[in-house]
Ligand binder design. Structure first.
Ligand SMILES: N[C@@H](CCC(=O)N[C@@H](CS)C(=O)NCC(=O)O)C(=O)O
Length: 196
């Protein structure tokens, strides 16, 4: 989802090949044997098969609203480094708790509420940021918002009633705004399955 967001935003020309994971087409596995989506194949044959790398590639092509700002202050890390640190925490830590919360029956060592509480540490952190500014890093959308929102959406959708009644009100506002955005709506339009 986040790769699609960045590709749509940067407006690069591409052929979208929709697949189902239960029936991965051979050309996909030839390009990327690890068998996960997304996979981006460039005209020169280069394969990019990590969603964050696809986002970075798309922004390097075209980043009209500066999702990756460049305003380094003396003795302060550039904002782009802070963005990458927050995304890394999402990808390395929060994602693990999300998967366990979502598929708690596959991780019977703990009840589902345990995994939710682990994930909440990150929700709390995001909510504190969103209490003082509209987006995760600043007044403007950055790559951090777009790389992280799809995971918060998944977390929220495990138990929507719980999420929308939780104390993370700023996060609720931010997620609701993301879900209503034209960009998100545009990538959610159903695409026909690709046939070779
Ligand atoms: N780190 C990878 C994770 C990709 C990933 O795990 N994708 C899932 C779908 S969201 C997948 O393709 N799973 C393979 C399968 O279910 O067969 C990325 O962000 O690109």
């Amino acid at each position: 989802m986040r790769a699609r967001l960045a590709l749509a935003y940067s407006n690069v020309q591409l052929e979208h090949r929709e697949i189902i994971l239960k029936n991965k087409p051979a050309p996909m596995l030839e390009a990327s044997p690890k068998g996960t989506v997304p996979v981006l194949v460039l005209v020169d044959g280069t394969v990019i098969d990590e969603s964050l790398d696809i986002m970075l590639w798309a922004l390097a092509k075209n980043d009209p609203d500066h999702w990756l700002p460049h305003k380094p202050q003396p003795r302060e890390p550039a904002q782009s480094e802070l963005i990458m640190t927050l995304i890394e925490e999402n990808d390395q830590v929060f994602k693990k708790h999300l998967d366990r919360y979502k598929y708690a029956d596959r991780f019977p060592e703990h009840p589902q509420s345990f995994y939710r509480e682990q994930g909440e540490l990150f929700l709390q952190k995001l909510d504190e940021r969103l209490a003082v500014q509209p987006f995760l890093m600043s007044e403007q959308i950055t790559l951090a918002d777009m790389a992280i929102a799809p995971f918060v959406r998944q977390f929220a959708h495990v138990d929507r009633d719980w999420f929308y009644q939780s104390r993370y009100q700023h996060l609720q506002r931010w997620l609701t705004q993301f879900l209503a955005s034209d960009l998100f709506q545009s990538i959610m339009k159903k695409k026909p399955l690709w046939k070779a």
